[in-house]
Design a protein around this ligand. Structure first.
Ligand SMILES: Nc1ncnc2c1ncn2[C@@H]1O[C@H](COP(=O)(O)OP(=O)(O)OP(=O)(O)O)[C@@H](O)[C@H]1O
Ligand SMILES: O=c1[nH]c(=O)c2[nH+]cn([C@@H]3O[C@H](COP(=O)(O)O)[C@@H](O)[C@H]3O)c2[nH]1
Ligand SMILES: NC(=O)CC[C@H](N)C(=O)O
Ligand SMILES: [Mg+2]
Length: 542
């Protein structure tokens, strides 16, 4: 599905009547972090494409705008720019603006300053010095010198009229600029990253100090706003089908939906033949007993596995799985419709537990960022899909969803489960997916996860799994030669799944895993441990 179509289809949680900070995304890797930092201040904010229409912004009470960084250079042909309509809106409503890196360069470019390629690129830590006698509101409660994190190659060579520099580094004269009259500020550094220790203070000074935001937004507001809105959106006779895997995201989404429309919500777990060992049975039980969600399991394993036959390309696997998932949901929705037709009911909506990282990595969402892999529930959706999407968590990160899950009183087992991707073991079996390989991987995965629980490491790890490689190696068992598959264990530490490092699992635990997998799983005779971080690798292998 094309980005524009997905955006039209997917209904996100949008605040109604609540003042908000709008972040216009130029495709920086850190745009989401700006959003998080603002939410951590208990201020509501939303991300928009940098090319958002003024009309869309006008539907909300925008109290401040932040322009993110981005990979382009403002002076290049084809570089993204804020529309004239938005600049007019800013002027008309006197909205305070903060430009960060590319965002500041964009302000300078448009408002009569100049941006040029710098002779020296600055990546990493830098010491910013406030200009002499500077008492900029942005730097209130800040020392004269402070460490900030930089990532840029271009720089301002001239500030626009009406602006004055308020901080510099040894390399850049214009590291922070200010125009009090038009309420505009620009920063060459990134206050949103943790390597800018006082960045939070700068953002607070802008959002609370300058824009006057009230710090009264909390995560549970998300829940109530969603419930109120969805009741209206779906109407009194509408039914919703839910894609529910039992993972934390879809569990939280399903609990919200159940609270909103009760029995008109129909949760469906699809067994795609690539689930973990006994997964479907365990999830059905947990959802019914602990979460009070009415869940049905549809066994479509033969259908998925036959479509995956002979397919080895990771992106193709993801797309096949995405499309087949939707076919199944579409068929189930038709069945529901048949049942509720007599009372004037219909089933036009599909609930998914999509998160922000699924979206950002799949398609160029709010800004011009690169596609890393097609998440089955976003870029893998077919263009012919008739169901409209409801995705309450689309603006959130995993740790925020967990916070929301805890606030909703969902049990700890569901909230702290490691994520399991929708395409499941299909993207952990490199090369062709066959029923025999699925079985082999299910057994190995069960042993490894079991050992992590036993040794007390499960909760300290962000995600753990086994990957089956399409490579065979020679071994010796008993007195005979074996020639069997190689598998690799992957355990990562991460909070938001956007970056990750390999987990330092003690050798003894690795040793137990290795001897159990090799002895107990027929077909695997070698086990490795993956020591890559993300970036430059990703968490899943495909
Ligand atoms: N087997 C499945 N049956 C039904 N829906 C699924 C299945 N697998 C994934 N989905 C849908 O795809 C969405 C994205 O999957 P994803 O794995 O990212 O989230 P999750 O399963 O809810 O949580 P987690 O990331 O913790 O596993 C889910 O929220 C759910 O809506
Ligand atoms: O539901 C999902 N559908 C997908 O297509 C998909 N691909 C990756 N993931 C999960 O996303 C997180 C980041 O994974 P990567 O570092 O491999 O991109 C990790 O938690 C992955 O398990 C997916 N989840
Ligand atoms: N991080 C950024 O926003 C970089 C902006 C621009 N591409 C530069 O190199 O200066
Ligand atoms: Mg999952």
């Amino acid at each position: 599905m094309e980005t524009a179509e997905y955006m039209k289809q997917s209904s996100r949680l949008s605040n109604y009547g609540r003042p908000q900070v709008a972040i216009l995304d130029f495709g920086s890797q850190y745009s989401h972090l700006i959003a998080r930092r603002v939410r951590e201040l208990h201020v509501y904010c939303e991300l928009y494409s940098c090319q958002v229409d003024a009309k869309e912004l006008e539907e909300h009470e925008i109290i401040a705008i932040i322009l993110s960084g981005g990979p382009n250079s403002v002076y290049e042909e084809g570089a993204p720019h804020v529309s004239q309509g938005v600049w007019d809106l800013i002027q008309k409503n006197s909205i305070p603006v903060l430009g960060i890196c590319y965002g500041m360069q964009e302000m300078a470019h448009v408002l009569g300053g100049a941006v040029v390629p710098g002779l020296k690129h600055e990546y990493g830590k830098a010491i910013a010095r406030r200009s002499e006698g500077c008492n900029s509101v942005l730097f209130e409660d800040m020392p004269e010198e402070f460490q900030m994190w930089m990532s840029h190659g271009d720089k301002l060579s001239k500030v626009p009229d009406g602006f004055k520099p308020v901080a510099a580094t040894d390399n850049s004269e214009y590291v922070a600029i200010e125009n009090l009259e038009t309420k505009m500020w620009g920063l060459q550094f990134h206050p949103e990253v943790t390597h800018s220790p006082l960045g939070k203070v700068v953002l607070k000074n802008f959002v609370v100090g300058v824009a006057g935001a009230k710090q009264d937004w909390v995560m549970t507001d998300y829940a109530q706003e969603f419930i109120d809105r969805v009741v209206q959106q779906v109407g009194p006779k509408g039914h919703v089908i839910g894609a529910v895997s039992g993972g934390v995201d879809s569990t939280v989404a399903a609990v919200l939906m159940t609270r909103a429309i009760g029995p008109r919500f129909h949760a469906v777990l699809v067994d795609n033949g690539c689930l973990r060992k006994d997964e479907a049975t365990k999830v059905l039980k947990r959802m019914k007993e602990d979460c009070k969600v009415n869940l049905k399991c549809v066994d479509a394993s033969d259908r998925f596995l036959s479509k995956l036959k002979g397919v080895t390309d990771p992106e193709q696997k993801r797309k096949i799985i995405g499309t087949t998932f939707i076919d199944v949901f579409q068929e189930e929705a038709t069945k529901i419709e048949e049942e509720v037709k007599h009372e004037g009911g219909s089933c036009d909506w599909l609930l998914q537990g999509t998160l922000y990282p699924d979206v950002i990595e799949s398609i160029s969402y709010k800004g011009p960022s690169a596609t890393i892999k097609t998440h089955h529930n976003v870029g893998g959706l077919p263009a012919t899909m008739k169901l409209k999407l409801i995705e309450p968590l689309r603006e959130l990160f995993k740790d925020e969803v967990r916070e929301l899950g805890m606030a909703l009183g969902i049990d700890e087992m569901s909230v702290w489960r490691h994520p399991f991707p929708g395409p499941g073991l299909a993207i952990r079996i490199l090369g062709e997916v066959t029923p025999e390989r699925v079985k082999m991987l299910q057994e190995a995965d069960d042993i490894v996860i079991g050992e992590l629980w036993k040794s007390g490491h499960y909760r300290k790890i962000g995600q753990a799994f086994v990957v089956l490689l399409p490579v065979k190696s020679v071994g010796v068992m008993g007195d005979g030669r074996t020639y069997e598959f190689v598998a690799s264990v992957r355990c990562v530490e991460t909070t938001d799944y956007m970056t990750a490092d390999f987990y330092h699992l003690p050798y003894e635990v690795m040793g137990t895993m290795s001897s159990r997998v090799i002895n107990e799983v027929r077909g695997i005779n070698r086990l490795c441990y993956d020591i890559s971080s993300k970036p430059p690798s990703t968490i899943e292998w495909e």
